[in-house]
Design a protein around this ligand. Sequence first.
Ligand SMILES: Nc1ncnc2c1ncn2[C@@H]1O[C@H](COP(=O)(O)OP(=O)(O)OP(=O)(O)O)[C@@H](O)[C@H]1O
Ligand SMILES: [Mg+2]
Length: 499
Amino acid sequence: MARFEDLGISQDTMKSLKRMGFEESTPIQAETIPVALSGKDLIGQAQTGTGKTAAFGIPLVDKIDPKINGIQGIIIAPTRELAIQVSEELYKVGYGKRAQVLPIYGGQDISRQIRSLKKNPHIIVGTPGRVLDHINRKTMDLSKVHTVILDEADEMLNMGFIEDIESILSQTPSERQTLLFSATMPGPIRKIADRFMKDPEVIKVKTKEMTVPLIDQFYIEVQERNKFDTLTRILDIQSPELAIIFGRTKRRVDELSDALTQRGYTAEGIHGDLSQAKRISVLKKFKDGSIDILVATDVAARGLDISGVTHVFNFDIPQDPESYVHRIGRTGRAGKAGEAITFITPREKSFLDILERTTRSKMERMKPPSLDEALEGQQKAALDKIMAAIESNNLQFYKRMADQILEEHDASTVVAAVLKMLTKEPDTTPIKLTEESPQQRRDRKPQDRDRRRNYKDSNAGGAARKKSPARQGQGRKPSGGTGGSTGSGKSSKPRSFNR
Ligand SMILES: Nc1ncnc2c1ncn2[C@@H]1O[C@H](COP(=O)(O)OP(=O)(O)OP(=O)(O)O)[C@@H](O)[C@H]1O
Ligand SMILES: [Mg+2]
């Protein structure tokens, strides 16, 4: 941790940082801000939730001249939600300098955007398609741009945005500064660097693991058909404050959020088929706690910063280790702790090795909880309510009736009845979940044009997993060597993944 004062930041921006409650810089901020301020191109990599937005936002804002009318900086992000969030953070960073920031994303009324663009924002935060649209309509002039930032560049590559990005960059002045940030930098990202950047300095925050150590990572071996009950039991035992559950497809997300709602949880789904207004409203409800479970496809995995997410569940395992890093990184942000629980079906077991090897972190085995444990968890939650009521000490009005009841029944029976009433007993309402085929490994080549992720199988099978010590799994048979780990798909048919 270093002091912001030592990084060459202007007084105006220091004022913003104070207002935001930022006291010390994070390591990626300390290392990149001076380099970015010097004007060099830069590739920045650091773990999820460690403040990469401000790492590029602070120097960008500091290089804005508020007296010049015209767009001076542009940030490209892969999703609309991220564009909105980054623009909100940039707005706060730019407060002291009065930098005007405008988000520009698809699904929003274009004529309204055109009007906003006429008000001369200094910084644009946009998704590739819509930004390009404005450039082509000549409603966005990039001739005064001196800084371009690609947030989550590897994801934009995955999504097939490379040509759009190339078109956008070719319409910015060639003497611009280009910055590129992500928590993961798979090989093909070099291509972007070679094509679009000038001798970039690569700054990686050195850590042993790709994931944040504050996230406790677990996996549970579970049959596909038992996933849902396992999930609800864990929810009952752990009562997460805010949880994100990742499912593989849009249908899966819809079915899961319906099923959770039917069983009495407050959950909603988010995926790319929902209208922009709906996506924003679901996220808002999750942020303000009026729903406490968000079910999502990977659309929510990149960059989203929601404080108070205590749990991430991979109901279906992610398609590659990078997605895993980004998914679980929705918890354990800005120094807070979190828990990630990944469901693995017997056929997917070989993925564990790949995940652990790539992230260089360990996942601990968790035993699927029993119905009794779930009931106990809910009883404990009920007991907590009773204890809180006792502590509030505001019970005078109820005492007379309590004494009456105790004349007729013994105390333990009365307390048991109260506990039973307050306990949310495990619900067995039938639910509908369509079976998902097991995950197949993805060939990591950028696929373009149709803007979807394409996946190819490759043989994932065979690798026997080294056992990590089980936290709750003592007494259970180790999972290796029982012949279950076949995991390999034979076909090499491309699979597309809906976002
Ligand atoms: N120096 C700081 N002091 C305190 N909080 C900070 C600081 N820098 C950033 N934060 C806060 O930390 C949170 C995470 O930051 P941010 O979203 O930029 O992470 P990130 O590294 O981009 O993560 P991801 O890889 O998931 O995109 C945000 O809420 C941000 O406001
Ligand atoms: Mg980010």
